[in-house]
Design a protein around this ligand. Structure first.
Ligand SMILES: NC(=O)c1ccc[n+]([C@@H]2O[C@H](COP(=O)([O-])OP(=O)(O)OC[C@H]3O[C@@H](n4cnc5c(N)ncnc54)[C@H](OP(=O)(O)O)[C@@H]3O)[C@@H](O)[C@H]2O)c1
Length: 306
């Protein structure tokens, strides 16, 4: 069996020996234009040329959770697309979001600023019932995040396409319940996949529905959020702040207004990293299962977009 690997930004010198060791039955090669036909392609943001040339694929395996970049390409409808599911990402996402929620709720950013100036000051304790957290997307990552935030006794709301039932989380579904979900939430966490339905979802109208002094945490994709609408909601005082890990253009351009905004905390798309060894083990397991004709988790529905 032949497997080709291509990544726009991962270190192929580490991935290829790892994949080879996990699949001793396969011949794993770096894809290059003109590479021999393979049975499986393991990819991250591949060029259209890989898809067009590799006409014998039995599946495309995406070395990340988000498939928005892959689904921009013209893909043959007969080749299944399989994404990573979790592979060590959900615990990282839970850490990141709990950290951001707690930092805001406990005003640790304010204490850091005070202490840096030699000021020993106290702020009035706030009540967590006044900080309901809403998680957009209750998939592999969103569900873990919602459960983790609920462990800290915050009221938690969740929104997904289909109805969910998660202990400690009030679940809303579909477009018809989006307004009710937003108005029940003060802190908003975005963990949706980027699809035509979810692009630009976080705009002026939706942000205005959040409770006063709302807070936005975007860890999904930059294009979920309308940048100018966030800035306007922060500057009008409706929103108290935002923590952003993902951006429309990455790296975030040097002159972007987010860099200097006093109410915005930035990180460089690092909330949940692809962990190489976990991912390789999962990909090898999925390829082995596909070869045995067994169902695999993480099958993408290209029509739905995730
Ligand atoms: N910042 C980072 O480092 C990083 C790392 C990994 C992933 N991500 C992002 O995180 C996203 C989520 O990952 P995941 O693994 O949790 O995805 P997932 O398992 O596919 O879950 C997606 C969730 O969003 C819901 N959803 C999708 N479209 C919707 C719509 N139109 N209306 C309402 N709900 C909708 C789904 O509802 P149903 O359950 O009803 O289908 C599901 O609950 C990825 O797509 C990726 O963009 C970011």
């Amino acid at each position: 069996m032949r497997v080709v690997y291509f990544s726009a930004d991962q270190d192929h010198a580490a991935w290829i020996p790892g994949l080879q060791a996990a699949m001793p039955w396969a011949d794993v090669q770096l894809w290059q234009p003109g590479s021999a036909l393979a049975d499986y392609a393991v990819v991250w943001k591949p060029p259209q040329r890989l898809i067009d040339e590799q006409t014998a694929l039995r599946a495309l395996l995406n070395t990340g959770a988000g498939v928005d970049a892959l689904l921009q390409l013209r893909l043959p409808s007969t080749v299944p697309v399989v994404r990573l599911d979790d592979a060590g990402m959900s615990v990282q996402m839970a850490e990141y979001v709990c950290h951001a929620v707690i930092r805001h709720f406990r005003e640790f950013d304010g204490y850091e600023a005070d202490m840096a100036q030699g000021r020993w000051s106290y702020r009035k304790p706030r009540s967590r019932v006044d900080f309901p957290v809403g998680v957009l997307g209750l998939g592999v990552l969103g569900e873990r995040v919602a459960r983790a935030v609920a462990q800290f006794d915050f009221p938690v709301n969740g929104w997904s396409r289909s109805q969910k039932s998660i202990a400690g989380v009030q679940c809303f579904k579909g477009d018809g319940q989006l307004d009710a979900f937003l108005s029940a939430s003060r802190v908003l966490v975005c963990l949706l996949p980027l699809t035509p339905d979810t692009e630009n979802l976080l705009n002026t109208e939706r942000l205005a529905r959040l409770q006063p002094q709302g807070y936005v945490i975007n860890v999904a994709r930059g294009a979920h959020l309308v940048d100018a609408d966030l800035l306007q909601a922060l500057d009008s005082g409706h929103l108290a702040g935002a923590t952003l890990d993902v951006f429309r253009v990455e790296p975030l351009p040097a002159r972007h207004a987010f860099w200097q905004h006093p109410k915005i905390t930035l990180t460089p798309h690092t909330s949940a990293r692809t962990l190489r060894s976990e991912s390789i083990a999962q990909i090898a397991g999925k390829i082995a299962a596909l070869e045995r004709g067994e169902p695999v988790a993480g099958r993408v529905d290209p029509i739905r977009g995730y």
